[in-house]
Design a protein around this ligand. Sequence first.
Ligand SMILES: [Zn+2]
Ligand SMILES: [Zn+2]
Length: 347
Amino acid sequence: MFDFDFRFLNTDNKPTSFFDKQGSIEDEGVYFAGEILAFEDIQEVVRHRNRLSFILEADARTAIDEFLLPDFNGFMIRVNEDEAFDIKSMIDRKYTQIQVEKRKEELKSQDELHNFRKAECPTCKSHLDLSYLKPTKYIFCRYCDSIFNKYGNYTDLNDYKICPVCNYYNRLQITPRVEAYFYGKEDKAFSFEKAYQCDSCTERELRPRFWKNAPFVVGAITDFIAKNRIETDIDSSYAELTKANLLGYWGQIEEAKPLYESMFLYVKDQPGVLYDFGKAYLDSALLLLEDAEFTGDEAAMPYIREAVRWLSRSIQMCSNYQPAIKLFEDNEELEYEIDDDFEDNDY
Ligand SMILES: [Zn+2]
Ligand SMILES: [Zn+2]
């Protein structure tokens, strides 16, 4: 059905063979150098650029166990970067369909079939289990990190996703990063790499580096290109997002607030932007709490309340929006009081 080249990786992300091996995706499962992994045995596939991690079900019976990693019921492979998204999506489509069917049977046997609900992602075609979740305007696909609406239309702009570096929702790009400056023995650098991150992270890195690189041509040109890239092709309704998230990251919510509010004139129901506003409040509150032994924690309370308000709104628009749910889970020890007018539904 679909053939691909791959190499198994060890725990240091290094290939275990010198030459590529042959893989193929078939109706019954995925073949790795002739050994089959059945779709039923896959719990999840996680991608980081050209690397795919296969997490197996606890009771999986597979012939590729010689490549299972220690302390991890799974294995990693490296594939061609251009094919990585498609390979993952083709596999996701198959095992998620099996998982969602299983879930349906399970609920049926518990007489809970009326609570079963599912959707199919228009981007990667994965099957999503939405059982027990409130139907909302938007649906999140955790397999390809995209947001779509209930009519099945893809609604994310370009490459707007959660940034793996700062965890804000923004446009992700591959950005060249060169450090080539020399200011004496203690302060010199020459490195070249590519970073996959959001525009705010690129901007944050450029600020201190730009002036150091400026007199040295190689670094300066690359920085100029990077700076140019974060300032082009931005959808006008998201124009302030990079700056707003950067301020939020630094805990400067009062400066960030008018920028978010100006975007809500156009995109007031977008789960990603609502999430960003909540996260900016949360980051500002957490920074205040770090100093709480000197200043007390009262100052952080209104920020926590606002964080809860905006994150809740994000979930009201998209009941399975994993990034917002995760922020709630990660910060469940934070205490706050809920306003009386909290449940306003003017959105
Ligand atoms: Zn998807
Ligand atoms: Zn970022």
